[in-house]
Design a protein. Sequence first.
Length: 82
Amino acid sequence: SAKLWCAEHGICLHSFEGHQDKVRAACFSPSGARILTCSEDGTAKLWDAESRACIATMSVEIGALTSCCFSPNGQRAITHAL
């Protein structure tokens, strides 16, 4: 799972559950409104940062996802697979 932490106090605020294997990367959208996670299970999940709900799951059929990031305007995301 990916965890959201309070940077000031070091407290875990939320654990993002739903991937079937190890989460390899996570990032915030430029606006901070969304979080993208990617996993060795071959999925990337898009989360609402405020409600912490999963709003989309994207699957690839080429292997484990190892990294992800948003475009500068937040309109696109890119993932990398092994």
